[in-house]
Every structure is written in C-alpha cells, then in structure tokens.
Write a protein that binds this ligand. Structure first.
Ligand code: C5P
Ligand code: MG
Length: 210
C-alpha cells in the first residue's frame, strides 16, 4: 500500500472547485475533502473551542490558522483510509493550501505521509466567480456568500492564494483549467488530468519476458 496520492484543488471563490470535485468523485471514485466544508462542520460542532475563531475568519474572508485546518484534513483522511481498509488512496483536497501558513503547516505536519502529485488550478475571471456566488447566495445559507464578504475573499485569493499556485507552478505541478466553461466541459478536462496524473500506470515489461 503506497502513500495516499493527493491532488490539491485551487481557484478563486466561485471558480467551481466543489463542482469539479463532485464530478471527479462520481466518475473516478476519488475521496473529496473540502477544507471549507471541514471548517464549517467544526464551527458548528458542539463543544468546539474553535467555532468563534472559524466564523470570524469566514465572514472576514481570512484564512484560519493551519493547525486547525490541517488537523481536520488529516483526521478526515485517516478516517477514510481506515473505513476503506486502505483501498481509498486518492484524495482531492479542495481549497487548501491557500496561503503560506497553510503550505508550511501542511509540509511540517504531513511530511512523508502523502504523495502530493498535482494542483488542479481552476482559473476563472472574477466577474464570472462573482455572478456565480451571488446566484448561489440565494440558496446556500453561507454567511460569506454576500458581496461584502466576497470582496474580502477575492482580496485574500489575490494576495495569498495566487502565490501558492505560482509556487507549485515552479515545481511543475500545476494543471491549469479554464473553469469559466460549463460544468460538463470542465468535468471532462479535469477528468483527463486526474486519469493521467493520479493513476499509477503499470510499466510495460521490456524484452521478451512474458
Ligand atoms: O473554500 P471555501 O470557499 O469553502 O472556503 C470558505 C472560507 O473558509 C474561506 O474564505 C476561509 O475563511 C475558510 N478557509 C480557510 N482555510 C482554508 C479553506 C477555507 O480559512 N484552507
Ligand atoms: Mg467549496
């Protein structure tokens, strides 16, 4: 059993990270861990000592300290591996790492534990992201799906997350996708990427050894 293979999924708010991940879960059976969803769950968990801090960050569009987020991710990952008896070894980690603190915390806590393969970068003009989020705000019930919080989230994305994407680009790990297209089109593209980069291809045997 190898180390769990990780595909980070990054892009601005409304770029379609959750939608692309849903597509990949259905088509390829990958496990999907959304950092934002895990934080929202922790926020509402009775007895959580981090609830208020998480809510404050979410409405301000800032990033929660990595010790909290990374622990939630590691716990969720371990649970999936235990429940699947080690069968599930491919993870989409959505919305992480979003800033330098996230990146350093992950490197420190997860060093040697995972095989971080690629970053799926969903690139979408912010005007398109904005109209998607404003549409979603009609039904999402999210405390940060409103124009004030959204502007703050865009700022964090521009100032903090883009640098992380560039860091991974320098390592040759970024797979960039135009996510302003329809969800089916984006789904097909991300699906090809995942097939190529998250699957271990058996090396064909050389010479006549049958
Ligand atoms: O990814 P999503 O849009 O669900 O994230 C919502 C919010 O959760 C972010 O704006 C941020 O406040 C928080 N978050 C975080 N650290 C992450 C992911 C999300 O603090 N790595
Ligand atoms: Mg999401």
């Amino acid at each position: 059993m190898g180390k769990p293979k990780v595909c980070f999924v990054l892009g601005g708010p409304g770029a379609g990270k959750g939608t692309a991940c849903e597509f990949l879960v259905k088509k390829h059976g990958l496990a999907h861990l959304s950092a934002g969803d895990l934080l929202r769950e922790e926020r509402k968990r009775a007895g959580s000592q981090f609830g208020e801090l998480i809510e404050e960050c979410i409405v301000q569009g800032t990033i929660v300290p990595v010790e909290i987020t990374c622990q939630l991710l590691e716990n969720a990952m371990n649970k999936i591996m235990v429940d699947s008896k080690g069968e599930q070894d491919k993870f989409l980690i959505d919305g992480f790492p979003r800033n330098v603190d996230n990146l350093q915390g992950w490197t420190k806590q997860m060093d040697g534990k995972t095989d971080d393969r690629i970053v799926l970068y969903l690139n979408c003009p912010l005007e398109v992201c904005e109209s998607r989020i404003m549409e979603r705000s009609k039904t999402s019930g999210r405390s940060d799906d409103n124009i004030e919080a959204l502007r703050k989230r865009f700022k964090t994305y521009e100032e903090s997350t883009k640098g992380i994407i560039e860091h991974y680009r320098d390592l040759g790990k970024v797979r960039e996708v135009d996510s302003s297209l329809t969800k089916e089109e984006v789904g097909e593209t991300v699906s090809r990427i995942v097939e190529q980069d998250l699957t271990d291809v058996q090396q064909p045997s050389v010479s006549g050894d049958h």
